[in-house]
Ligand binder design. Sequence first.
Ligand code: NAD
Length: 446
Amino acid sequence: MRVTIFGTGYVGLVHAAVLAETGNEVVCVDTNEHKINRLTNGDIPIYEPGLQPLVQAHSLSRKLIFTTDAAYGVEHAELIFIAVGTPSGEDGSADLSHVMAVGRSIATHMTSDKIVVVKSTVPVGTCDGVYATMREILVQRGLDELDVHMASNPEFLKEGSAILDSMKPDRIIIGTDNREAENKLRELYAPFNRNHEKIITMDMRSSELTKYAANCLLATKITFMNEVAGIADRLGADIESVRRGIGSDPRIGYHFIYAGMGYGGSCFPKDIRALIHTSIEHSYHAGILEAVESRNSAQKRVLFEKIKKHFGDRLHGRIFAVWGLAFKPNTDDMREAPASEIMTMLWQAGAKIQAFDPVAMPECKRLHAEHLASRDLLLSDSKEDALDGSDALIICTEWKAFLSPDFDLIKGTLKEKIIFDGRNIYDPVVVKRYGIEYVGIGRRSA
Ligand code: NAD
């Protein structure tokens, strides 16, 4: 099948690579010329396990073509995906300017019927809005007879395991009342729907809301655990024991009940804000979502407060080793990463950072260039180098490479023998056995 995808970010590029792998001829359109040039030269701008070999192989076989030429992309395929970003606007609403721009661009260039599928996470009613805008443009162009078949097809991949998630999805949501669109998407997704039925069909608005409901529920689970961790901290209980105790109940399960530094990343924070905004627009009080959002903001400060409690007001001039910059392991994505937030609080208090992350250092360089220039931030070559001359160690991402460190070396290198574990990856008893003080989130440790 010939497919065009607008947007070559984490979602668009992975979707394109996986569709090329199942034999489709895919054109990827992006407005970012630099990104398209890199991709055309086989250079993958993001880190995602397994992505590079797929993109390189299918670029070579011309099953995957990268371009900034929207007209070419529209001409190439009947089936067109919109997978561009929907970041938070200033008021918390989802910024739909990129999605609408793609809709306008398709309508401006199309000369035959198109199936337009919105993969970006968008508020309820957006697909209707894209359709209405496209129809207006077609009328203006005197091409009223052309059909636009709309569908919503939200994405559920997880950064860090995106290829696997796309190859073996838990579910594929197709939101449309349009037969043409549904049949085409069923055909496209048939290779991923072989073992058992994974396709769930529904109307467009329910499909749009399903994506928000999923992300908001996951963010709520995390936030609930962070709240219980705060209670555990005050009562001398251990949140890790509590986690194992409640996770064993299949109605609760073990997923997304880890206490930590608050959720971050490119999806949960903006999606919670967008659904709150939508609710307000419809005079509906989404009390749980509002509580999750404000509790999560507070959670971002918890580890910093623990650091302040230990050092008092004497943070000025201190050096902190930070292990982990990405918002979670196996990705280089630092959007709303807890590491950035705690580093910013430490910089404001006059401290310096020596950081290491297995893959997110280029992204950190880009985001925090001024702190690199002022030498408030030093990016170390290894996690061990980051310890050199540091007062304390802060764990911000639970990368596998950090799970079994050389505690003797940590003790020998740090000026103050203390680990602030924002991800609860170490056992406080083990760490203490090495003569290192341990401060976690809701651990019986401090
Ligand atoms: P991203 O920011 O990584 O990539 C978006 C891309 O769209 C960029 O390369 C940008 O240059 C491009 N773009 C912007 N305007 C364009 C236009 N007019 N034409 C062509 N390209 C254009 O975003 P992402 O993380 O891939 O997310 C895309 C959407 O998918 C968002 O709505 C997001 O909420 C949703 N989503 C993301 C994830 C995730 O884990 N990242 C998971 C599920 C859903």
